[in-house]
Ligand binder design. Structure first.
Ligand code: UD1
Length: 341
């Protein structure tokens, strides 16, 4: 019998790509999502790619009774926990919603894990925990910097909650995956990133500008201490990222983890500037990106990219999709979404 993986936030951006990879690798998938920032149609996309429609339960993970009932209904082997509020700016405006939602859902899942025979949890964390690192590339051992937003703080404190719970309850174990900047869409263009309203992240803003939805991309700052003056990030293909979750979940189920709580950076190890994103996008799509240079965005850091040695060696995983291919997948997805509207 195949293992059943609970994917919370499974209709979201990274969750849906991970559900596809899990199904392609023979796992069964149970998705829980309250659809607060995603659409039920994503299930069709997953089915079109894999031929399988995963089990789906629509509820809020802050509802403890429903979480406990879920574990009675399904025998869950492991959890991948994506479901969370994730907009930096919004988290400054409504911090209590962020703390309530992101902590309550995590605590409920940890309590359910403690009461049920679950191999462990893979937690969706972020490179935001490093702030502007003192040394680059940044390793998992780099100091955690004071969070720049309530959202960032929820990621830091969630890792602490998991760590404390794991050392208190012997049966629990977990892997925290610190994502750098996930971009792109599944090559089939059946699933991808679907920002509601004006996108905050760079690549969806680029694709929407080229698609004619936005007049101009604003490049936030060209006076950074980088070769072309624009800020540098580590952009990782969402499908490469999704594959790392399959490896991590297997590691927990097969008890190959070396510690009860392990932390891995998930990036490419390469820093790319905003201008390089624009240039590569233009080259691979043949489209022109209308942009202007404006002032820096508040709260942005200058540069960050991952040291991925630990993930490469320990997980036997590497993000290797070329940037142009990734940007093309984002563009194909944007065109598909526009044509369907
Ligand atoms: C942001 C979040 C981070 C979160 C990540 C998830 C902030 C400060 N950080 O990271 O916590 O984990 O998304 O994907 O919001 N840019 C432009 N013009 C735009 C949009 C972005 O020039 O219209 C630039 C930014 O200044 C930055 C780069 O593009 O240099 C990447 O920005 P973005 O995609 O928003 O990601 P991060 O800010 O790195």
């Amino acid at each position: 019998m195949s293992e059943k993986i609970l994917v919370t936030g499974g209709t979201g951006y990274i969750g849906s790509h991970t559900a596809v990879e899990l199904l392609n690798h023979g796992f069964e998938v149970v998705i829980v999502d309250n659809l607060s920032n995603s659409s039920i149609d994503v299930l069709d996309g997953i089915k079109k790619i894999t031929g399988i429609e995963p089990a789906f339960e629509k509820f809020d993970l802050c509802d403890r009774t429903k979480v406990f009932d879920l574990f009675k209904k399904y025998s869950i082997s492991a959890i991948i926990h994506f479901a969370a509020l994730k907009a930096v700016g919004e988290s400054v405006r409504i911090p209590l919603d962020y703390y309530h939602n992101n902590f309550e859902s995590l605590i409920n899942l940890l309590l359910a894990m403690q009461k049920n025979p679950v191999a462990g949890m893979v937690f969706s964390s972020s490179c935001t925990v490093y702030g502007q690192p003192d040394e680059l590339p940044v390793t998992e051992k780099a100091p955690i910097k004071k969070a720049a937003s309530p959202y960032g703080n929820t990621k830091q404190v969630s890792e602490e909650i998991i760590s404390d719970a794991i050392y208190a309850y012997p049966s629990l174990k977990a892997i925290s995956l610190r994502y750098f900047n996930p971009i792109g869409a599944h090559k089939s263009a059946h699933i991808g990133e679907l920002p509601t309203g004006v996108p905050l992240n760079l690549v969806p803003f680029v694709t929407q500008t080229v698609a004619g939805l936005r007049e101009k991309l604003r490049v936030f700052g060209d006076d950074y201490n980088t070769p072309d003056g624009t800020a540098i990030r580590d952009y990782i293909y969402v499908c490469d990222l999704a594959k790392a979750h399959v490896v991590a979940v297997r590691r927990l189920i097969e008890e190959k983890n070396k510690k009860k709580f392990e932390v891995f950076n998930l990036g490419t190890g390469k820093g790319i500037s905003v201008m390089e994103i624009i240039k590569n996008f233009e080259e691979v799509t043949g489209e022109k990106v209308n942009y202007e240079i404006v002032g820096r965005r508040e709260g942005d850091i200058e540069k960050v990219w991952a040291d991925t040695t630990f993930a490469n060696n320990e997980l036997g995983w590497k993000a290797n999709t070329p940037l142009k291919e990734i940007l093309l997948s984002a563009w194909e997805w944007e065109k598909k979404v526009r044509n369907n509207k």
